[in-house]
Design a protein around this ligand. Structure first.
Ligand SMILES: Nc1ncnc2c1ncn2[C@@H]1O[C@H](COP(=O)(O)OP(=O)(O)O)[C@@H](O)[C@H]1O
Ligand SMILES: [Mg+2]
Length: 240
């Protein structure tokens, strides 16, 4: 059974449909990358899944539960982690406080402590800056904290919306490396939205191309990267 299944989704904002009949499935253990030009609806698709956009038609199933039209606060407790593109950490709070906030849905303190140690172990840099306010972190460190914070809720699926958008290439590479580790070592299924298409597809086992609110192509990353038509027609403005 798919971990995440989106069926014939029509969604958007107010009365405006942006996503126009998208279906996709993510299997447990997948690393799925979603690419497409600016404004094609990638963020809207993700927001529809986590309850932040309006669903007009279709069905979204996560881990066996129907989560269509569910409120965002009821989605986090389902082990679905979401790292939005902006405002993803509390800048006035310390690194430690941000991480602790991320773990509040874990009831057992022993388990919370275990998660904290595991997450800090994955991001050693955060442990050395535990008592600093998140607002003083660099862009890359902030993204790492946002991811670490999401991991504190022990998600089965982690959805990230353009986490490398404002980062220098070398920092983006470090982040991509961490995502691979999160998948292989923590067994977290990943859906990554990226402009940095070639790199993001190289980490994935499934790729999706979204154009004007519709799924224009789906396949292995190799198929997408080899298809010159897709690259020229659809990914022209992306970094391939
Ligand atoms: N809150 C909103 N209200 C109305 N329209 C929006 C809102 N957010 C995004 N849009 C519109 O939805 C379309 C898709 O945007 P978005 O999902 O952000 O695309 P992408 O993430 O692929 O760049 C764009 O035309 C954008 O202007
Ligand atoms: Mg976006």
């Amino acid at each position: 059974m798919a971990l995440l299944e989106v069926e014939n989704l029509v969604s958007g904002y107010g009365k405006l449909a942006i996503i126009q009949g998208v279906s996709l499935a993510i299997e447990p253990g997948d690393f799925g990358t979603l690419v497409g030009p600016n404004g094609s609806g990638k963020s809207t698709l993700i927001k529809s899944i986590v309850g932040l956009a309006t669903v007009f038609e279709g069905k979204i199933t996560f881990d066996g539960s129907n989560i269509t039209k569910r409120k965002p606060e009821n989605i986090a407790s389902l082990k679905l982690g979401y790292v939005p593109q902006i405002s993803n950490v509390f800048t006035d709070m310390t690194v430690r406080e941000n991480l602790e906030m991320g773990g509040t849905i874990i009831r057992e303190s022993v388990q919370r402590k275990k998660l904290f140690d595991r997450v800090v172990n994955l991001f050693p840099l955060l442990s050395s800056r535990e008592n600093q306010k998140a607002g003083y972190l660099s862009g890359g460190e902030r993204q790492m904290l946002a991811i670490a914070r999401a991991l504190m809720a022990e998600p089965k699926l982690l959805i990230l919306d353009e986490p490398t958008a404002a980062l220098a290439p070398i920092v983006a590479d470090q982040l991509f490396q961490k995502l691979s580790e999160i998948r292989s070592e923590l067994n977290v299924t990943i859906v990554l939205v990226e402009q940095n298409a070639r790199k993001a597809l190289s980490l994935a086992n499934r790729g999706f191309v979204l154009i004007q609110g519709k799924k224009a192509f789906e396949g292995t990353p190799e198929q997408i990267l080899k298809d010159t038509e897709i690259i020229q027609l659809f990914l022209g403005e992306l970094t391939i």
